[in-house]
Unconditional design. Structure first.
Length: 273
């Protein structure tokens, strides 16, 4: 592989991402809303968790009964306000966190080909000395690197925000948990690979960035499903579940990336410019 040319394409794509508002803004706004605004709001609500009206609405007993055994035992001796803030910031927020690598990967991957077409820069890129496979790999890495980097940075930020927001109730550092470490370093890259695999496949065929982004956004559906199931107390992100979901996402993501690599032909892309 021409590593120098590959690195040059990756650097160029990352520079364009940072300079394009329609691409950079979602990368910044989603982490800010999900990992700062929500934890603070949930920590405020937790102070009123013992209120009879709110307690009946929350139905914490149902949520606690569905927790994994070790987590249920850990929460058994906590006050109801502490139980609420722990459940919210550790479990309810877990699937919401997955929106970050998903959104970043979709936005950057959608821009990888469709954005190049709109800027009239794709034709010159297609005449680089790289093979079709190497060009495709460079585009995939251009989307994967920022997705994983933003997710990792967001996790570090969330560790600070969660502990600080919950400190008045918890009076200790309780985050991160082993489940979250597995989620960030195993499941998050799998989500990024699945999202970019689907979106790059679509982006290479779409005529505009907006069309590629809209079609690529369909990969958010599995994440939304996990969020709804978690909110209803039908499942919880224990370590075993996170590992299992990550394994499925890795397999699906690898299959999509492999499919995209096999079907990508610069001559075909050039005819759609």
């Amino acid at each position: 592989m021409n590593s120098r040319a590959t690195r040059a394409i990756i650097r160029k794509d990352l520079t364009v991402v940072l300079r394009t508002k329609s691409v950079a803004l979602p990368m910044l706004l989603v982490p800010l809303l999900v990992l700062i605004a929500l934890p603070v709001m949930l920590s405020i609500v937790a102070h009123y968790a013992s209120d009879p009206a709110l307690k009946s609405e929350l139905d914490l007993a149902v949520l606690l009964n569905n927790l994994p055994g070790p987590a249920r035992a850990e929460l058994a001796n906590l006050m109801i306000e502490q139980q609420f803030v722990y459940l919210s910031l550790v479990y309810i927020m877990a699937p919401l966190f997955l929106l970050i690598p998903c959104v970043v990967a979709v936005v950057v991957a959608a821009d990888s080909f469709a954005g190049e077409k709109e800027r009239r820069t794709l034709e010159a890129l297609l005449y680089t000395p790289l093979s079709d496979l190497h060009l495709f790999v460079a585009k995939v890495l251009s989307a994967c690197v920022p997705a994983v980097a933003v997710a990792t940075g967001s996790f570090a930020m969330y560790c600070i925000v969660a502990n600080a927001a919950a400190w008045p109730l918890m009076q200790r550092v309780f985050f991160p948990t082993p489940m979250w470490l597995l989620l960030v370093f195993w499941l998050t890259p799998a989500v990024a690979v699945l999202s970019l695999g689907a979106t790059v496949l679509v982006s290479s065929r779409a005529g505009t960035f907006q069309a590629a982004y809209q079609l690529g956004s369909l990969v958010v559906v599995p994440i939304v499903f996990l969020i709804v199931m978690q909110a209803k107390g039908l499942l919880f992100f224990g370590t075993a579940m996170v590992f299992g979901v990550g394994l499925v996402f890795w397999i699906l993501g690898a299959a999509l990336v492999l499919m995209g690599a096999r079907s990508f032909r610069r001559t075909t892309v050039a005819t759609r410019i």
